[in-house]
Design a protein around this ligand. Structure first.
Ligand code: SAH
Length: 252
């Protein structure tokens, strides 16, 4: 299990409910050890307390703790608000090492990204694709932590692209020229590019971020050929999780 799931200090600003937790439209029962422990140890919750809850894929609102015992917590719910607006950025993230991936997933989810593509590039360690951190349930744990942190309920999608060339040649053009809606602006972050990363971009963005070793020239050229702009973030070279956070904050 990811250490954050044991760490009582981590914020859970929203208790994310699954459809299974709902016992009625306005009532929920939480039985899993992670959320129960969190309620006790971090919220130090008592019957009668009010907290923020949300239903995965749906509304957020308030919940009143009606019962708390060893193996369940019961809430009465008033779900009346939309989750925060998503960030219209599709992230193409060269697969970083597992711990960096875990943290990056939490950050980008908290910042509102809804589409994440994990991409193989020349400088991605091949063994990372075999990491248990890439299993669906592991990825989901990090996405849940990001959603809870930001009081969001809309789960991002995560796609794996283990072959660079077929992705950039065959699938990226379709992402760049969608059948409907505004075509996105393609942006590749690469130190040393002449242009600065733009700020507060209004149109949808597809953002490519390299692995710890960076993109190789061939990859940068492929993205440019697909219509991407190369941008830098200043002369400081940031680690992946910092770069992704700085870039999203600047674009959003
Ligand atoms: N040694 C690599 C740096 C990799 S940092 C190199 O020189 O290319 C990992 C990724 O974070 C980079 O591929 C890039 O996408 C992003 N990044 C980090 N610092 C950046 C900066 N100052 N400008 C643009 N992108 C940056």
């Amino acid at each position: 299990m990811h250490p954050a799931l044991h760490c009582p200090g981590i914020a859970m600003n929203l208790i994310l409910l699954g459809a299974d937790d709902l016992t009625a439209q306005d009532h929920a029962r939480v039985t899993d050890p992670r959320r129960l422990r969190h309620l006790r140890e971090v919220h130090r919750a008592n019957v009668g307390d009010e907290m923020t809850l949300g239903v995965e894929g749906g509304l957020i609102g308030r919940g009143r703790l009606e019962r708390l015992d060893a193996d369940s917590a019961e809430f009465s719910l008033t779900l009346d608000r939309q989750p925060p607006a998503p960030l219209d950025v599709h992230l193409l993230l060269a697969l970083p090492r597992p711990r960096m991936l875990a943290r990056s997933l939490e950050h980008v989810t908290a910042l509102g990204v809804k589409h994440i593509t994990l991409l193989h590039t020349r400088r991605v360690e091949k063994s990372y694709w075999q990491s248990p951190e890439l299993k669906e349930d592991k990825i989901r744990q990090h996405l849940v932590l990001g959603l809870e942190q930001a009081r969001d309920t809309i789960m991002p999608t995560v796609t794996h692209e283990k072959l660079f060339k077929p992705f950039v040649e065959d699938r990226l053009p379709a992402l760049m020229t969608p059948a409907s809606g505004t075509p996105p602006r393609g942006i590749i972050a690469h130190p040393g590019m002449p242009d600065e990363c733009p700020r507060a971009v209004r149109e949808p963005v597809i953002l490519a971020i390299g692995p710890e070793g960076g993109f190789v020239d061939y990859e940068v050229e492929k993205f440019m050929a697909a219509g991407f702009e190369g941008v830098h973030l200043g002369e400081r070279i940031l680690r992946v999780e910092t770069a992704v956070t700085a870039l999203l904050a600047r674009l959003g």
